[in-house]
Design a protein around this ligand. Structure first.
Ligand code: SF4
Length: 396
C-alpha cells in the first residue's frame, strides 16, 4: 500500500507564514500558469516513478493534490493527471482523492468539475473567520467569502469537505479561536485541521521575528485556544485523532494517516518528496529511500526526474526510519505500535537509553503504555499533547 502526492507550486499570493514551496502568480492564474505544460511534466514523471521496481508494485490507496493552491489548476488538466496516475499505478477503486483549495479559487461549479474528474475530497484553507485575522495572515479571502464557498460545496454528493484553521495569533483569544471552530462545525464539515501558527525561518514572519518586530501570542493563551477548540469539536462529535486533526467517525484523512504510520508515498511535481522502502537485497543496505524533486517549476518542467532510488535519492537506515515513526506516530491519538515497528524495520526500540527515558515519561504521565496481544502500544495522553515534540525527541 502506498499513497501518491502531486505538488502544484503556484498561489495567488505568498502568505507571510508559509514555508511550502509555492510561487505567487500574477492575475488569477488562468493565463499566467502553464496548466497543460505542468500536467505534461507530471505525466512524464509518473512514467518514471511507476517504472521504479518498488513503486511500480505499489497499490495506491490515496492521492493528494497539495501545494501551493491546486484549486487554481484547471480541472481538465488535473483530471488528465488523475487519469495518468490510474494508468501508471494500481489505484484502489475507493481511493481517497483530495485537492487542497483556497476559497478564492473554489466555487460550486469548480467543485463539481473536480468531482466529475474523480476527486472525492476537498481540503479548504479557511484559516480564520475574522477579516482582521485573515489580513494579518495575508489571506486573500474574507470571512463572508469563505463561509459562502464552504456552504456551497459542503453538501455536494460524492465530496467530503475538510477545513483548515490556524490558532495562536497574537491578539486572538481562546473564545475567538473556539468560535471559528464552532462556525466551521456548524456548516457540517466532516473533518477539520487546526494548526498552531508557527514561525518558520525564511518566511516573511520569520524575518520579522528575527528582527524582534513580530508580536507573538503568549504561550498560555495558545494552550487555552488548543483546549477550547478541542472541547468544542469533540462535543460536536469530531474525534481528536491527531494533534492537529479532528474527524467525524470514518472521515479521517487516510492520506495523512499513511504518512504518520510511515507508509511509502510516491511524490510527483515540483519540490515533491517521495519515500519508498528499499528492496531487501539493496546493495547499500538501506531500508528506505527519500527523494526530493527540483524546487523550481521551470527547471522541473524541463527535466524529468530520474529513478527514485538513483543517485539523487537519500538512503535511509532503519534507525532513522524508526525515529521518524516515533515523531509522527506519537502525534496520533492511537499512538504507535512499537512491536510492529520493530518487526517491520528489524531494529530494537527498547534500547537501554530509550528504556530509561520511557520510564521517566511513563512516570510523568507523558506517555501511556498498553500491552495488547503481545504488542507494545505507546501513545501520548491528550493532556500531554502540547509537549508531544519534546516527548518524541526524548525517545529519539
Ligand atoms: S495559499 Fe497556502 S501554499 Fe499558498 S502561500 Fe498561502 S499558505 Fe502557502
Amino acid at each position: 500500500m502506498a499513497s501518491l502526492y502531486v505538488h502544484f507550486p503556484w498561489c495567488l499570493a505568498k502568505c507571510p507564514y508559509c514555508d511550502f514551496v509555492s510561487y505567487a502568480v500574477s492575475g488569477d492564474g488562468r493565463e499566467t500558469i502553464d496548466h497543460a505544460g505542468y500536467a505534461d511534466a507530471v505525466l512524464r514523471e509518473l512514467t518514471v516513478r511507476s517504472g521504479d521496481a518498488e513503486f511500480g508494485r505499489a497499490r495506491i490507496a490515496t492521492i493528494f493534490f497539495g501545494g501551493g493552491t491546486p484549486s487554481l489548476w484547471s480541472a481538465v488538466e488535473l483530471g488528465r493527471v488523475l487519469a495518468g496516475i490510474r494508468a501508471a499505478f494500481d489505484v484502489d477503486a475507493d481511493a481517497e482523492i483530495t485537492v487542497e483549495c483556497n476559497p478564492t479559487s473554489l466555487d460550486k461549479e469548480h467543485a463539481l468539475r473536480l468531482r466529475d474528474v474523480g476527486v472525492n475530497r476537498l481540503s479548504v484553507g479557511v484559516q480564520a473567520l475574522d477579516d482582521k485575522e485573515l489580513a494579518y495572515l495575508g489571506r486573500l479571502h474574507d470571512e463572508k467569502g469563505a463561509l459562502a464557498v464552504l456552504s456551497s460545496v459542503v453538501d455536494i454528493p460524492g465530496l467530503r469537505v475538510s477545513g483548515d484553521l490556524i490558532f495562536g495569533l497574537p491578539d486572538q483569544t481562546a473564545e475567538t479561536a473556539q468560535s471559528h471552530a464552532r462556525r466551521l462545525a456548524d456548516i457540517g464539515l466532516s473533518h477539520m485541521s487546526c494548526y498552531e501558527l508557527t514561525i518558520e525561518p525564511g518566511t516573511r514572519f520569520g524575518e520579522l521575528a528575527k528582527r524582534g518586530r513580530l508580536p507573538r501570542a503568549d504561550d498560555a493563551r495558545v494552550i487555552e485556544s488548543f483546549l477550547a477548540i478541542d472541547e468544542l469539536l469533540t462535543s460536536r462529535g469530531l474525534r481528536h485523532y491527531e494533534i492537529s486533526n479532528y474527524a467525524r467517525p470514518g472521515q479521517e484523512a487516510r492520506h495523512n494517516l499513511g504518512y504518520w504510520r510511515g507508509e511509502p508515498y510516491v511524490g510527483v511535481g515540483t519540490a515533491a518528496y517521495g519515500f519508498l522502502r528499499a528492496p531487501n537485497d539493496d546493495a547499500q543496505g538501506a531500508h528506505g529511500f527519500r527523494y526530493r524533486n527540483e524546487p523550481l517549476p521551470a527547471k522541473y518542467m524541463q527535466h524529468t526526474p530520474l529513478s527514485a532510488t538513483g543517485a539523487e535519492a537519500e538512503p535511509l537506515d532503519a534507525e532513522t526510519m524508526l525515529r521518524e515513526r516515533i515523531m509522527l506516530g506519537l502525534r496520533m491519538a492511537d499512538g504507535m505500535n512499537v512491536t510492529a515497528a520493530e518487526k517491520d524495520l528489524g531494529v530494537t526500540f527498547m534500547t537501554k537509553e530509550r528504556t530509561k527515558d520511557l520510564a521517566w515519561l511513563l512516570e510523568k504521565g507523558r506517555v501511556v503504555r498498553v500491552d495488547e496481544g503481545g504488542d507494545v502500544l505507546l501513545s501520548i495522553p491528550k493532556e500531554s499533547w502540547l509537549f508531544a515534540n519534546d516527548t518524541a525527541a526524548r525517545l529519539f
